[in-house]
Design a protein. Structure first.
Length: 581
C-alpha cells in the first residue's frame, strides 16, 4: 500500500476519475458479453426449434443492441484506461525527476546516470503498461471468470466441473513461470543500464573517440553490450513464451471435453443444443479470461523488476532526509557568514571509517580571505570544498559557516549564499543571459555585464553578433573551453555570493587571463571569502594563505613564501612548474 501511494503521489484528480470510471465501463461490457450467450440459446432452442421467425428477429435485434452497447462500453473503457495510464506515467516521471533533483551527491553516485535514464524511461513505461492492464484487464478477466463460471454452472453444473479440473493445473504453471521469470527480467533491466551507460559515455566523449580514432573499437564495444542485452532478453522470454501454448492447450482440451460430454448429454436429453452452444461460449469466455489473467500475470512479473527499481529511487536518501536545519543565512551578517571552519573532519564515500578520503582536517578560514588549495590528483581537494555547501556531508567532525554547523542551515538558503564553479563546466541550452541568470534569475542586464567583466567574459561576448542573446548550444559545444569556464565564473558571480569556491576553474585560460580574473575578483569581491583550487601555483600564490593537501590530509598551511621554505610537496610542485616555464 505504501508503494502504491508513492507511485500515485500527486496524481491529478481527473486521472483518478479516469481510473475509477474505466472499470465501471468494463463492468457494462462484461455484463453484456455474459448475457448474450443466454439470448443466443433462446434463439436456438425456442425461435429456431419452433420455427418462429418473429421470435428470432426480436431476440436477434436484442443481441445486436447488446453487442453495440458492449462495444461502446469497451471503447470507453479503453480510452479512459489509456488516459489514466498516460497521466499516471507523466505523474510518476515527474515525481521521480523531482526526487532525483533532491538526491544527495552520494545517492547520485550510487545509481549512476545511465541507470537513472533507464529507470525514468524503460521502467516507467513498463509500469505504465501494467497500470493500464490493472484498471482494464485486471477488472475484465476476474469479472468474466466469475460470471462465466456462474453461468456455466447455471446451465449445467455437471459439465461445469471441467473448470475445477483445469484451474489447479493452470495455477501450477503460472506460479512456475513467475518464479523463473522475475530474476531473468531483473537481470535484463540491469543490462539496459549498461547499454545506456555505453551510449551516454560515447555521445559525451565523441570528440575524444574521434581524435583517438577509436570509433571502430567503441562500435564493437557497443555491439558486444547490445548482443549481451539481446541474449539476456531471449533468456528471459524463453520461460514467458511457454504461457501461451500452455493456455491454448488447456482451452482446446476444455472445448473438446465439453463437446464430448455435452454431446452425450444432448443425446440423453440432459441438455439442449442451445444450452451446449451457450456453454461453449462461456467456456471460451472463461478460459480466454484466464489466458488474459495469465498474460497479465506474466507482464506483472516483467514489471515487478521495474517496480523494484523505481521503488529504489523513491526510497533513496535525499538531501532533505539527511537532516537540514532552519537557520536562515541572512540571520548572520555578510562578514560573519564568510567565516569557515573544519573541525576534525573525516569523510568516506562509502561511509566507512577505515576507508576515508579525508582524515583529521582542521582548518580555519577568516571571512573575506582568499585561500588557495593545492595538491596532487586524488588528494581530495574538490571533496574538501564540497563539504561547505553540503554537496557531501562529513562522516565525523563538523564544518561550520559563520560559526554554525552547515547542517543547521536551511539547505537551499545556505547554497544561495555560496557560489561554486565546478571542475566540469556545464552550460545549458539557451542564451548566454539565460545561463548567467541561473545565478540570480532577477539579475539586471547591467549586473550580468558586471559579472562578465569581472570574469573576463565580456571581451568575447561583445564580439558575438547577438552579444548576450547569443544562443549556447547543448553542453556549450559552440564555445571554447576557456570561454565556458569564464561564463561559469560569471554565473557564480551573478549570485553575489558571500563565499566563492573556484574548483580549478581557470585551467583552460592562459596565464594573462587568469591574472586579470584574479585581479578583478580581489577588487570586486573584497568582502567575499574565496577558495581557489588550482593546479598552477601562479593561480594561488597571491592568496592570503595556501592549503597543501596530500592523500586526504593537510600537509601544510602558509603563504607562498612560507611554504617554499617549509613544505616539500609545495617545493616540488613549484620547481616542476618553474622548470617547465
Amino acid at each position: 500500500m505504501n508503494l502504491l501511494k508513492k507511485l500515485t503521489f500527486g496524481l491529478e484528480k481527473k486521472y483518478r476519475v479516469f481510473t475509477v470510471l474505466s472499470p465501471v465501463f468494463m463492468l457494462g461490457e462484461v455484463l453484456m458479453e455474459t448475457t448474450i450467450p443466454l439470448v443466443m440459446a433462446k434463439i436456438v432452442d425456442v425461435g429456431i426449434g419452433s420455427k418462429d421467425l418473429g421470435y428470432v428477429v426480436r431476440f436477434g435485434l436484442l443481441m445486436v443492441l447488446m453487442s453495440v452497447f458492449s462495444l461502446c462500453c469497451g471503447a470507453g473503457c479503453g480510452r479512459l484506461s489509456a488516459l489514466a495510464a498516460f497521466g499516471f506515467s507523466k505523474n510518476l516521471r515527474g515525481n521521480l525527476f523531482r526526487k532525483v533533483q533532491s538526491f544527495s551527491f552520494s545517492a547520485m553516485d550510487s545509481f549512476g546516470t545511465g541507470s537513472l535514464v533507464t529507470r525514468l524511461t524503460t521502467d516507467v513505461t513498463n509500469i505504465q503498461n501494467l497500470y493500464q492492464n490493472l484498471i482494464r484487464s485486471a477488472v475484465r478477466s476476474p469479472l468474466m471468470l466469475i460470471f462465466g463460471t456462474f453461468m456455466s454452472c447455471f446451465i449445467n453444473i455437471k459439465l461445469a466441473c471441467i473448470f475445477f479440473v483445469v484451474l489447479p493445473l493452470l495455477a501450477f504453471f503460472l506460479i512456475m513461470i513467475a518464479t523463473k521469470s522475475y530474476p531473468r527480467f531483473k537481470n535484463m533491466l540491469e543490462r539496459y543500464d549498461k547499454l545506456n551507460n555505453t551510449v551516454q559515455e560515447n555521445l559525451i566523449a565523441i570528440r575524444v573517440v574521434k581524435s583517438f580514432v577509436r570509433g571502430d573499437f567503441e562500435s564493437k564495444k557497443f555491439d558486444d553490450v547490445a548482443d549481451i542485452l539481446r541474449k539476456t532478453q531471449v533468456h528471459a522470454e524463453k520461460i514467458v513464451i511457454l504461457n501461451h501454448p500452455i493456455m491454448k492447450l488447456i482451452v482446446y482440451s476444455c472445448i473438446i471435453s465439453a463437446l464430448w460430454f455435452g454431446g452425450n448429454m444432448i443425446l440423453s436429453g440432459e441438455m439442449t443444443t442451445g444450452e451446449l452452444i451457450s456453454f461453449l461460449s462461456y467456456i471460451n469466455q472463461t478460459l480466454m479470461s484466464l489466458m488474459m489473467l495469465s498474460m497479465m500475470f506474466t507482464q506483472f512479473m516483467m514489471s515487478r523488476a521495474s517496480v523494484s527499481r523505481i521503488s529504489e529511487i523513491l526510497d533513496a536518501e535525499s538531501e532533505e532526509s539527511v537532516g537540514a536545519g532552519n537557520v536562515e543565512a541572512h540571520e548572520l551578517g555578510a562578514e560573519d557568514f564568510g567565516a569557515i571552519r573544519f573541525e576534525n573532519v573525516y569523510f568516506s564515500y562509502i561511509k566507512d571509517e577505515s576507508n576515508c578520503v579525508l582524515s583529521g582536517i582542521n582548518l580555519s578560514i577568516p571571512s573575506g580571505s582568499t585561500v588557495g588549495i593545492i595538491g596532487g590528483t586524488g588528494s581530495s581537494k574538490t571533496t574538501l570544498v564540497s563539504m561547505i555547501p553540503r554537496l557531501y556531508d562529513v562522516l565525523k567532525g563538523r564544518v561550520t559557516v559563520g560559526g554554525k554547523d552547515v547542517r543547521d542551515y536551511d539547505l537551499q538558503d545556505l547554497r544561495r549564499h555560496i557560489g561554486f564553479v565546478l571542475q566540469k563546466n556545464t552550460l545549458f541550452s539557451g542564451t548566454i543571459s539565460e545561463n548567467l541568470r541561473w545565478g540570480n534569475e532577477n539579475a539586471t542586464d547591467e549586473e550580468l555585464r558586471e559579472a562578465c567583466v569581472a570574469s573576463d567574459a565580456d571581451s568575447f561576448i561583445s564580439r558575438f553578433p547577438d552579444k548576450y542573446d547569443t544562443v549556447v548550444e547543448q553542453g556549450g559545444v559552440n564555445l571554447s573551453g576557456g570561454q565556458k569556464q569564464r561564463l561559469c565564473i560569471a554565473r557564480a558571480l551573478v549570485k553575489k555570493p558571500q563565499i566563492l569556491i573556484l574548483d580549478d576553474s581557470t585551467s583552460a585560460v592562459d596565464t594573462a587571463t587568469d591574472l586579470r580574473i584574479r585581479t578583478a575578483l580581489k577588487k570586486n569581491l573584497s568582502k567575499t571569502t574565496k577558495l581557489i583550487i588550482a593546479q598552477r601555483i601562479n593561480s594561488v600564490q597571491d592568496a592570503d594563505f595556501i592549503v597543501v593537501l596530500d592523500d586526504g590530509k593537510i600537509s601544510g598551511i602558509g603563504t607562498h613564501e612560507e611554504l617554499l621554505k617549509s613544505n616539500k610537496i609545495y617545493q616540488e610542485v613549484y620547481e616542476s612548474q618553474m622548470s617547465e616555464n
